[in-house]
Ligand binder design. Structure first.
Ligand SMILES: [Zn+2]
Length: 179
């Protein structure tokens, strides 16, 4: 499955109230009704297509079960909240690069998100969560996942990232999961 994931660039940020992020998504029209069987899973809302831009000539997307051709997955919005800072990564995970010199950086398996990693290319130290994860992984405690869109084909509109940033007072960014 492929998805687009939005997250706050402060990896420790979480909303003051559990309803804060769903309220913003509902107000903007990214998310519609929650599914009764899965409270953190929402149907695409009425403004979905103006908040997620699809690149490419003929993106294959369906927003409702009724629209979906046989075997075609439906775009949905799913919230993920964690008690601690968590790394969501594609499988296999991307090999991160140094943001200064672009050299590949070896990350020890149990490295903490706020640990410093030395780059063997330029010698600079960078926090693990500040490495360039090549839009294939991201850290956070609160993630908004748009399910069933292809990596690099779907891009969040600036207004969507801005409205979310108003909650956190820190900018939001995005990455893609393939697993
Ligand atoms: Zn470097």
């Amino acid at each position: 499955m492929h998805s687009l994931v939005l997250h706050c660039s402060d990896p420790c940020w979480r909303p003051a109230r559990a309803s804060d992020v769903p309220d913003v998504l509902a107000r903007l029209g990214l998310a519609g009704a929650a599914r009764p069987d899965a409270p953190a899973l929402y149907a695409a809302g009425e403004a979905f297509l103006s908040l997620v831009t699809f690149l490419g000539c003929a993106p294959q997307i369906s927003l409702t079960e009724a629209d979906a051709r046989e075997g075609q997955p439906v775009c949905r919005v799913r919230l993920h909240c964690f008690d601690t800072t968590t790394l969501l990564a594609s499988a296999p995970p991307p090999a991160p690069r140094c943001p200064s010199c672009r050299a590949g950086v070896c990350v020890p398996p149990e490295a903490p998100f706020d640990g410093e990693i030395g780059c063997s290319g330029c010698g600079e130290e960078h926090l693990l969560h500040r490495l360039d994860w090549r839009r294939g992984a991201g850290f956070g405690r609160c993630f908004v996942e748009v399910e069933n869109v292809y990596p690099h084909e779907a891009v969040p509109a600036e207004v969507l990232l801005e409205r979310l940033a108003e909650l956190s007072a820190v900018r939001w960014d995005y990455f893609y999961l393939s697993r």
